[in-house]
Design a protein around this ligand. Structure first.
Ligand code: SF4
Length: 173
């Protein structure tokens, strides 16, 4: 998890504000665990000592969306539940990222039926799709590492001057 920096002859470490911000962001990604069905059991396993998500700075699972950067949607999302998922996503502050964990979340999985959303990208911007039924906890950690690499490539201006329609406006009702 390197910070792009240079060590000068005088012993000073120099870097860019953009690099420092991206390094800070990617080193403390706080997940919003959106566990909906069986995939959530594997998601919970990453918090235990065996997989230990704390090694990646993401052990602070938050159940309040206003303190989260990363939504992990794990499970079969029905149309009825999709409104709840979208509302919680909208309440997360920008910038934010999304992992679709498992076949159901990514594509509806085996549920080719009218109540199930055939992939959460129908109503959310997804950054990583995670294959498996369910994916193993180490696959989820791999997805987190890929999100961190993605965040590491961002610049401060990527999140500035967004049109009003793209800003995260919290609805009161
Ligand atoms: S992908 Fe498999 S394990 Fe995950 S929610 Fe669907 S049926 Fe359950």
């Amino acid at each position: 998890m390197g910070l792009e920096a240079k060590l000068t002859q005088d012993g000073f470490l120099t870097t860019k504000i953009d690099a420092l911000l991206a390094w800070s962001r990617k080193s403390s990604v706080w997940p919003m665990p959106m566990g909906i069905s069986c995939c959530a059991i594997e998601m919970m396993a990453v918090g235990g000592p065996k997989y230990d998500i704390a090694r990646f700075g993401s052990e602070v699972m938050r159940f309040t969306p206003r303190q989260c950067d990363l939504m992990i949607v794990a499970g079969t999302v029905t149309y009825k539940m999709s409104h709840v998922v979208k509302k919680i996503y909208d309440q997360m502050p920008d910038p934010k990222w999304v992992i679709a964990m498992g076949a159901c979340t990514s594509s509806g999985g085996m549920y080719r039926s009218y109540p199930v959303v055939q992939g959460i990208d129908q109503f959310l911007p997804v950054d990583i799709y995670l294959a498996g039924c369910p994916p193993r906890p180490d696959n989820l950690l791999n997805a987190l590492i890929q999100i961190q690499e993605k965040i590491g490539r961002t610049k401060g201006r990527d999140f500035q001057n967004k049109p009003l329609s793209e800003l995260n406006v919290i609805q009161n009702n």
